[in-house]
Design a protein around this ligand. Structure first.
Ligand code: SF4
Ligand code: SF4
Ligand code: SF4
Length: 377
């Protein structure tokens, strides 16, 4: 019954807002509220139904081996997008957010967008479910179904808040035959649970592309923080992380986290300000690397313009090989010893795993990478 979900998850502060329950509800009772902040009931539950609480990610967190920080994978590589429109769009977005930086552009790698556009153009999928941007507030995310390259690009880039992406899965499988999902570990796990329970999801969900995630921000807390910092919240276009270009501007060693406004101004946040804005519901989540995806695409340990890709199964391997052979992706081996900027890796580790000891996590990351390197290269 919804009242159980409300009492045990939502009011108990355990809802990570993955949206899985919305797609799981067999009676169409659950919705995301109009602000995209809460799961609400819009109908009556039949007696005895427990589907939403049974499948809830917040109530039953993802089980992963905490030592295998990147989860099981077949191969780890680094890739760069060679797709012209993706590269141009990444550069354009960067220029928009940082107009005063001229040539010092650090566009996102665009690897996920490249993969989705390829799958759509080759007619391998009909749509991709993604964390899109709200029309009324582009720096906030909301679930979206992308069917064209323009829609994929509009949704691209980092979104700092929880997004109930999986709430769009039910519309996607009702309207399309072949669906890809791009999501954080909680979304990927939710999609696997849906596929396990319902034949329709099993047959329709073709590709699960994971984005590693240590935490996200609470929209309320970040807005409150922005107001305290004197930021005009109407002008915010992004929350960005950078530890190369802005290194000297930030008081934290190698850690750059900025609220960015549409006039190109950047407001650096301190570590305590950063911690104060984290979504508290994420504390119980232990899957950093989207272990149950077909591919995890990370900026972790990747130089500018590249992504580190964990290939987890044959399906994931096939996509990458196909795209490399078509000249859409450039591939190189992942080599820990050759990471250009280990400080960057440490800073990212600090940022994403603040909920446990960064040092412990960092040593786990290093060991995992070294171990894998010995295995594969
Ligand atoms: S899944 Fe079942 S219990 Fe949960 S909201 Fe839907 S009908 Fe109610
Ligand atoms: S399934 Fe996800 S969105 Fe639904 S209540 Fe649980 S944590 Fe929240
Ligand atoms: S830490 Fe990331 S993956 Fe885990 S529940 Fe929070 S948003 Fe989802």
């Amino acid at each position: 019954m919804y009242k159980d979900l409300e009492r045990d998850v939502i009011k108990a502060g355990k809802c990570v807002l993955c949206g899985t329950c919305v797609s799981a509800c067999p009676n169409d009772v659950l919705k995301v509220d109009e602000w995209g902040k809460r799961i609400v009931s819009v109908g009556k539950c039949p007696m005895g139904c427990t589907v939403c609480t049974d499948m809830c990610i917040g109530l039953h967190p993802i089980q992963v081996d905490p030592i295998e920080i990147f989860g099981n994978f077949k191969e780890v590589i680094q890739v760069q997008s060679l797709m012209t429109n993706v590269k141009q769009y990444s550069y354009f977005q960067y220029q928009r957010f940082y107009p005063d930086l001229g040539g010092i552009a650090k566009p996102k790698s665009g690897v996920v967008s490249t993969i989705l556009i390829h799958l759509l153009e080759e007619n391998i999928i009909d749509c991709a479910v993604v964390a899109g941007r709200r029309q009324d507030d582009p720096w906030r995310s909301s679930p979206a179904i992308a069917t064209t390259d323009k829609e994929v690009l509009y949704a691209s880039g980092t979104k700092p808040f929880q997004c109930p992406t999986n709430a769009a899965l039910i519309d996607a499988i009702v309207n399309f035959d072949r669906v890809a999902l791009v999501g954080l570990p909680c979304h990927i796990e939710g999609a696997r649970r849906l596929a396990q329970k319902y034949l329709e999801f099993r047959e329709t969900l073709k590709y699960l592309i994971g984005i590693p995630c240590g935490t996200v921000f609470s929209a309320e807390l970040l807005t409150k923080q922005a107001l305290e910092m004197g930021v005009d919240i109407e002008r915010i276009v992004a929350v960005d992380f950078d530890n190369e270009v802005f290194k000297e501007e930030n008081p934290i060693k190698n850690l750059g986290m900025f609220i960015v406004t549409d006039d190109g101004k950047r407001y650096p946040m301190s570590l305590s300000e950063f911690k104060a804005t984290m979504a508290k519901e994420c504390i119980s989540c232990k899957d950093f690397a989207a272990e149950y995806s077909d591919l995890s695409v990370a900026t972790l340990a990747a130089p500018v313009g590249w992504s580190t890709v964990f290939i987890r199964n044959e399906k994931g391997k096939e996509i990458i090989e196909n795209m490399v052979s078509k000249g859409l992706l450039l591939q190189r081996p992942f080599n820990y010893e050759k990471i250009e900027d280990k400080a960057k890796l440490e800073a990212q580790a600090e940022m994403v795993w603040l909920k446990s000891s960064p040092k412990t996590w960092m040593s786990m990351v290093t060991q995992a990478l070294m171990k894998r390197q010995r295995t594969y290269y």
